[in-house]
Design a protein around this ligand. Structure first.
Ligand code: FES
Length: 165
């Protein structure tokens, strides 16, 4: 488990939100997926206590829920940063220096693939082609795309988000 995840796990998870979501779906057929989607929307990920609560209230096994969570990549079992930095590692970006861009991110923020900063501000993800090969190397920060990156430009993008709340 990551440090960020441990920090959050140490704090109590307030299950009020999860209970309200479950109240809405409790008598519905096929409620599991929408419940999990809404729980993730509410908490930003699926906290472990929510898995057990969902199992209990929907009368399914926790193992079934973990099966669903690990099958669908849309679900996250650990807390993620406010800013998700996706570094494209597709062929065009790789050839144009995506490795240096990923290294810069790691050096500046201390996070590699699937890692989150301790303050829960940034999560790094190395991804396949994001369809902007003409401006390789490319990263996305949440919905924003930044292309033709050099180490210097990458530094500027990182500094911009570090300065933001
Ligand atoms: S390979 Fe990076 S955008 Fe296509």
């Amino acid at each position: 488990m990551s440090e960020a995840a441990e920090k959050v796990q140490e704090e109590e998870i307030d299950l009020t939100g999860a209970n309200q979501i479950l109240d809405k779906f409790i008598d519905m057929q096929g409620a599991l997926m929408p419940v999990l989607q809404e729980i993730q929307e509410h908490y930003g990920y699926i906290p472990e206590p929510c898995v057990h609560l969902t199992a209990e209230r929907l009368n399914v096994y926790s193992s079934q829920i973990y099966g669903v969570l690990t099958f669908y990549s849309q679900f996250h079992l650990e807390p993620r940063g406010k800013y998700i930095v996706r570094v494209c590692m597709g062929t065009a970006c790789h050839v144009k220096g995506a490795g240096r861009i990923a290294d810069t991110l790691k050096e500046r923020l201390g996070v590699g693939h699937a890692e989150t900063t301790e303050d829960l501000k940034f999560t790094a993800e190395y991804v396949a082609c994001i369809g902007a090969c003409g401006m390789a190397p490319v990263i996305m920060v949440n919905d924003g795309t930044y292309g033709s990156l050099t180490v210097q430009k990458m530094d500027e993008v990182i500094a911009k988000y570090v300065a933001m709340d």
